[in-house]
Design a protein around this ligand. Structure first.
Ligand code: FAD
Length: 709
């Protein structure tokens, strides 16, 4: 008891004010950084709008000094982004802790953060030697711990100030949420460790625990924190994401409650702030879900809605309804399943959606019948593009764009159809397959959209690289660029696009999926070529099993292959011609061959009896804008698709080829790929930016990357 009283004396012997000031200063710095980022964002938005109305300024003509300052700033920024986005070598990979591979920028930020926290505990306004030294450090560590809690909650939100004001999408900052959480854990360990070492030296551990409720609550909070740290480890998260999520919700609530009991009253503002952050996030998220999914078709159709609910309890077609009907079908791997069992892609289609999304954004989907309150992130393969009438309704002032649309023959501009391609994993995605096989449609609830992609139309050259179902991401960008090119939006003066390179890498050959992707690609390519945009498309199927299957699907005889090797001979190693491995675009370890689409694709206009209504729809939608003149160009279009079977692309060489150092045009690389490929591309682009900073390139390259497991 005597010690406990002493402890409180220690807390009030003057340092308490310092502790509070250090903690409040930390929150002020965080707030200032968020506001600064919001200001930069607003400035960027203002400059973009100015460009829309007056076009790019020719700085060298206006002022050579201004131009050289602009140049210097550009190169400095390119150097910082280049160095910051270099990822650590695969040998130092810690992907068992963390989804994405660490970049040097992230390491730098974390090291800076940890140093600041270390200084706050040990250096800033702490006595170097006093009778209360250990206790002072313990108290300071406690204050530094609780002041980080609102930041950790801020980093976990989807609709918080970091997302809405500063423009950081949740999936890009949750690595910081996890790592700052780990730093918090270390700080609380210091807080508790110092107190325990003191109590042990005085022999009062038992007395402290028996006499002081506050100590018991603190110990409880620390126990919950240990539980959160253990259950948030990546292998457990991967193993059962839903249970991880529910456990995280319950545990963090318990942690806040125990903390509220443990900390002094004048420190509780941290808890209130955290509750406010979560409260607003939940509120805005719920409002968004209601806005996206709630439909009211008038009271008169209420009866129809009720009877429809009674007939098919899953979805109402009129009156009041919640959610959207998702049409579901599956495509099975054509090559892999023969050897290893079934791997499947599910195609979901939702129509007439009442909300908009931007190319490169993703949505979170919940199908209540397949998992209540389970929201899974997926990227649309189509883009939202409103019709002229919708634009008018929305009161948009883009008269120039409207005039351009009216002049255009292609009136099929409306796109409120959202297509998702889902790769099967274990739980939800497997249940989707079963649904498709039963032939029933399900109600899907949509949350989002999320993500802060750039304005793709601002670039002259766009290079899109995707692996597997990441192709949805690149397809939606192609769709958007094609529609923007036809409609000349945002305006013919500001639409910069001149060239697109599209690369899709997939492990297995899945005929249905391949056909759906190719059909969409052909539509977009036709529109883009018509507007004078150069297009190059390369598709790599890396599995050796794909070689024979690709040949079979195409109905090709071995002599048709462009790479010169017969598929069967590549696979079985019987007497075969050497594969041409001198192509710098494929990895040297490749064992396959290359084809142009002309030779391998069945004409999608030829009716196939096995087509499902959704297939027909996909192809019809894809073909609709292909007018007679386009059909005449079809063979030429097919020629633009190069196919490689049984070979991996050499992405660095591809990037060197498509983004030469001499090009002065604005360039961006959009990537949605597995961690390995995303890191390889990130490194290649980082090196290009460093080269630009040192004057070895004419222009830097921007990168927007979305990595997934
Ligand atoms: C931004 C983003 C966009 C994505 N876009 C696509 C896409 O277009 N097509 C596609 O096929 N896949 C996409 N994914 C991956 C997809 O969300 C997961 O594969 C899917 O949720 C797995 O569900 P499951 O129950 O079958 O998985 P499980 O087999 O249980 O888990 C497989 C993996 O998915 C993760 N996961 C499971 N549920 C969630 C969840 N609710 N939120 C986040 N991760 C989860 C797990 O941690 C695990 O690593 C995307 C992921 C992200 C983060």
């Amino acid at each position: 008891m005597m010690f406990a009283t002493k402890r409180h004396e220690g807390h009030s012997h003057g340092l308490s004010k310092d502790n509070q000031q250090v903690a409040v200063s930390f929150l002020c710095v965080v707030l200032a950084l968020v506001l600064l980022k919001a200001c930069f964002r607003a400035l960027g938005w203002y400059i973009a709008r100015q460009r829309l109305s007056i076009g790019d300024l020719e700085l060298p003509e206006i002022s050579p000094t201004l131009s050289s300052i602009h140049n210097l700033l550009g190169r400095t920024q390119a150097f910082a982004t280049g160095v910051g986005s270099l990822s650590i070598p695969p040998s130092l990979d810690i992907s068992w802790i963390q989804y994405s591979r660490f970049s040097s920028g992230k390491i730098f930020l974390l090291a800076t953060y940890a140093t600041v926290i270390g200084f706050m505990i040990r250096v800033i306004r702490t006595p170097t030697s006093s009778t209360h030294f250990i206790e002072d450090i313990a108290f300071r560590a406690g204050w530094v711990s609780i002041t980080q809690i609102p930041l950790i909650y801020l980093l976990a939100t989807k609709f918080g100030p970091l997302n809405t004001l500063a423009g950081f999408s949740y999936e890009r900052i949750n690595w910081a949420h996890r790592w700052i959480g780990r730093i918090l854990f270390i700080c609380t360990t210091v807080h508790m460790g110092y107190f325990f070492s003191l109590w042990i030296s005085y022999g009062v551990v038992r007395t402290e625990l028996n006499m002081m409720k506050v100590v018991r609550h603190g110990l409880g909070a620390y126990g919950v924190l240990v539980w959160i740290a253990v259950t948030s480890m990546l292998p457990l998260r991967r193993w059962a994401y839903k249970w991880f999520y529910l456990n995280h919700l319950v545990s963090t609530t318990a942690f806040l409650c125990l903390l509220w009991l443990h900390i002094p009253k004048h420190a509780r503002y941290n808890i209130y702030l955290s509750l406010m952050i979560i409260g607003f996030d939940i509120l805005f998220r719920m409002m968004n879900v209601v806005r996206n999914n709630f439909q009211f078709a008038g009271w008169r159709s209420g009866y129809a809605a009720i009877s429809s609910e009674l007939e098919d309890k899953d979805h109402a077609s009129g009156g009041v309804s919640f959610g959207h009907l998702a049409e579901v079908e599956t495509y099975s791997d054509t090559d892999y399943s023969l050897v290893h069992g079934q791997g499947t892609i599910t195609h979901l289609r939702l129509r007439e959606l009442p909300f908009s999304w931007r190319p490169g954004q993703h949505i979170r989907t919940c199908v209540p019948r397949l998992g209540l309150l389970e929201f899974h992130p997926f990227t649309p393969a189509t883009c939202y593009f409103p019709t002229t009438s919708v634009s008018k309704k929305a009161g948009q002032q883009d008269f120039e764009a409207e005039a351009d649309i009216d002049d255009n023959d292609d009136l099929d501009m409306d796109s409120r159809v959202l297509d998702l391609f889902v790769l099967s994993h274990r739980r939800f995605t497997r249940r989707l397959i079963a649904t498709a096989q039963e032939g029933v449609h399900r109600t899907a609830i949509i949350d989002g959209p999320f993500g802060a992609p750039p304005s793709w139309t601002n670039y002259e050259k766009v290079c899109l690289i995707a692996s597997s179902t990441g192709v949805s991401f690149t397809l939606s960008i192609m769709d958007h660029l094609a529609r923007a090119a036809v409609a000349k939006r945002p305006s013919s003066r500001t639409l910069q696009l001149k060239q697109i390179d599209f690369i899709w890498v997939t492990r297995h050959f899945c005929a249905g999926f391949d056909e759906a992707v190719t059909a969409l690609l052909k539509t977009h390519a036709a529109k883009l070529r018509e507007t004078g945009v150069e297009i190059s498309i390369q598709i790599f199927v890396t599995s050796p099993y794909s070689i024979s299957q690709g040949m079979e699907e195409s109905g090709l005889c071995p002599m048709d292959t462009a790479g010169g090797a017969s598929a069967t001979s590549s696979l079985h190693g019987e007497d075969h011609e050497e594969v041409d491995n001198t192509n710098p675009l494929v990895s040297a370890d490749g064992d396959g061959f290359a084809l142009t689409a002309l030779s391998i694709h069945r004409d999608i206009n030829v009716a196939d009896e096995s087509m499902t209504p959704m297939d027909v729809d996909t192809f019809a939608a894809a073909e609709r804008p292909l007018m007679q003149s386009h059909r005449a160009q079809k063979n030429h279009l097919d020629d633009t698709i190069q196919r490689f079977y049984g070979q991996r692309p050499n992405v660095s060489s591809i990037l060197d080829t498509v983004l030469p150092a001499t090009h002065e045009i604005s360039q961006i690389v959009g990537v949605c790929a597995n961690i390995g490929m995303a890191s390889e591309i990130g490194n290649a682009v980082a090196k290009m930016n460093i080269a630009f900073a040192f004057g070895r390139r004419a222009r830097g390259v921007e990168l927007f990357s979305e990595a997934f497991t």
